[in-house]
Design a protein around this ligand. Sequence first.
Ligand code: DAH
Length: 343
Amino acid sequence: MELEPTDIRAAAIAAIQAADSVDAIEEIRIKYLGRKGSLTLLLRSLGNIPAEQRAAAGKRANEFKNEIESALEQKKYELTSTAARDLLRAQWIDVTLDCATATQREDLGRLHPISQIQYEIEDIFASMGFEILDGPEVETDYYNFEALNMPRHHPARDMQDTFWTEDGNLLRTHTSAIQIRGMEKVIPPFRIVGPGRVFRYESTDASHENTFYQVEGMMVDRDINVAHLIFVMKQLLKEIFQREAVVRLRPGYFPFVEPGFELDIQCLICNGAGCSVCRQSGWVELLPCGLVHPNVLRMGGIDPKEWSGFAFGLGLNRLVMMKYGINDIRHFLSGDIRFLRQF
Ligand code: DAH
């Protein structure tokens, strides 16, 4: 016996109401409205009934079809939104929650003052066309001493005793080793800076540490002279201290420069009048520098007849100490959170 349209409709609606998943809904759709679905077959068989009844029967069957379709849609929507709601309830994350509440914010990390000044200095040199290079903290004798015009038994080595490894390498005593590594990498003309951590065999006190930080700099071009060195240094100081710096050069000895200098900056506290910071001299020693020794250029494969250059080694600890009035270098690596929180 053929099913009545009303029976089909009632069965479909009941099934839809009982459905508990989107898959079940799809099965019901196929069962009634699919290509071989019972309502589809019924609609297709309308041609067999007498013409007078056909229009009314067709209209009714189509109404049932629409009704079933919208019941399916409605149920599907309900089921998917409950599924989404269940998921939300089970895996709830409030993305608007401010996790940095007052107490937690205290615990957020920050950059060490040495890193801060290092990045600042890198930016300043990068803006002047310097490339930033790196080098290893465990160095060979060659890069740390030999190639810097300090052959074995050179007395200047005594100033920079350090920690040696059993296989004859050492913890670098200065970033000057980066000069040699740099010359092997880039061809002149060039400008490079090399920041890094350095080590000395040192008994520690308020101004001596066995581990500290430097930024090495080197510029090689044709006819480089002391005026270029002074210009770049003044530019650097102007950026760091945000004001014009007055500098002076005193002779200083380093085997890898000739002539070599100590660059002093006029005391920023008393403007040269004399105070406790500059020990009444009006000047503060800032960095050693000089014109690159021809032997060093040769070691780097550069012809000193064609090229010349300047170099400098800037101590970062001292700079930060001056900037913030820190009186003991040992604070930097103390790991004391009370010290670090101030920056
Ligand atoms: N490397 C030296 C030191 O740590 C500092 C230095 C002096 C670096 C003169 C230079 C320089 O580049 O030209 O004591």
